[in-house]
Write a protein that binds this ligand. Sequence first.
Ligand code: CP
Ligand code: NVA
Length: 308
Amino acid sequence: MNIKGRDFLTLIDFDNKDINSLIELAQKLKQEKKDGKPHHLLKDKTLAMVFAKPSLRTRVSFEVGIQQLGGNAVVLKQDEIILGQRETISDTARVLSRYADGIMIRTFAHNDAVELAKYSDVPVINALTDFTHPCQVLADLLTVKEKFGSFDNLKLAYAGDGNNMANSLLAGCAIMGIDVSIACPEGFEPDLDLIWKCKDISIGSGAKIEVVQIPSEAVEGANIVYTDVWASMGQEKEAEKRRKIFKNFQVNEKLMKKAAQNAIVLHCLPAHRGEEITEETLEKHANTIFEQAENRLHAQKAVMASIM
Ligand code: CP
Ligand code: NVA
């Protein structure tokens, strides 16, 4: 794999070999960290981190990750940078490229991340937009590989909003050959254009892709059951309305009975217990879910070390 200098904006920009190599590198870095073996692959390199939305996992895992690689981070929050308002995104990109060796961005409009990457001379990493969250799904794939040993003969079911997580999971599964069934209410499906692109990719990978409206249909025989909040960052005002629309899409013990034996539950977090997942189901699968959160660190170190 040689992806040096490339942006990491969406998973579909990468093929099965690239993703496999990133996961293998993440596994190696995770083991080395456990063994206390330093790996200063980005010695003295700087990552600029731009946040237009809140974060716990992304902020800490990127900052700790670049430090463990021998580099350092500069964090820019929305009130400091006011992305696209204080100055153009293209000017921001050209300035940051003069100071930093890589830029990480979390923002609303996906096109803003694309615009930043277009004008940046250094690689840009998408750390969540309204459209996708590729770093999360890379960590999820690492978790799946750790739990099942490979990506063969697996089905992932997602119940809830066809949001950035659903979009990225579709892409990740299509590329890796994991069957994927997404259940969402009518009008809340994943991005249609992306569904078609993923169907195209699945011709090569063998993944079966479906979007349904009944959670128990999606979860039938699934090895991995995934959910995410019903109201994403920026949709807080719709939360009440969405609670009603999504009430039958909760991941709970009754739904889990439809899944395969020993199925795992994944959640990108933050979780809203009693909404998209019950306290009982989350706690039953807490070990996996927090390992998944830890894996953000290892997966993103692999991305940074490979592109920066
Ligand atoms: N899963 C995730 O991206 O978490 P944060 O929003 O806390 O970064
Ligand atoms: N869909 C959620 C994911 C959070 C990691 C959001 O965008 O808020």
